[in-house]
Write a protein that binds this ligand. Structure first.
Ligand code: AMP
Length: 112
């Protein structure tokens, strides 16, 4: 499958990884939108939130525990935002489920 995040997960494409285990990996976004901008992805290919089912959804809670750990390690004690863009209206550009962990500045609401 020609998926850039699958290739990052299996090491075919280099990335600036900050965390990895058997289920997920996390790496810095190429085009950071905040002083800290990390992407956390399941290693197994899931295209988006719309492809989550009972059978593959457990990884999402693991992603959030990894986000909590990274927030501590990356000094985001003042707060942060976790975003998963889904589909065209959501602005999803890479069709492999991922969670943006953004921090290091005050976030605006609503997002654009
Ligand atoms: P989204 O638009 O929500 O699908 O997010 C995809 C994100 O992946 C964007 O923020 C891109 O900057 C980022 N991105 C794309 N290719 C890479 C890459 N090779 N390494 C790191 N981040 C990437």
């Amino acid at each position: 499958m020609d998926c850039i995040f699958c290739k990052i997960a299996n090491g075919e494409i280099p990335s600036n990884k900050v965390y990895e285990d058997d289920q997920v990996c996390a790496f810095y976004d190429l085009e950071p939108q905040a002083p800290v901008h990390v992407l956390i992805i399941p290693k197994k290919h899931i295209a988006s939130v719309m492809e989550l089912e009972e059978e593959n959804a457990a990884v999402v809670s693991h992603v959030f525990l990894v986000a909590k750990r990274l927030a501590k390690e990356l000094n985001l004690a003042n707060g942060f935002r976790i975003v998963s863009n889904c589909g065209e209206d959501g602005g999803q550009s890479v069709h492999h489920l991922h969670f943006h962990l953004l921090g290091g500045r005050s976030m605006k609401w609503p997002p654009g």
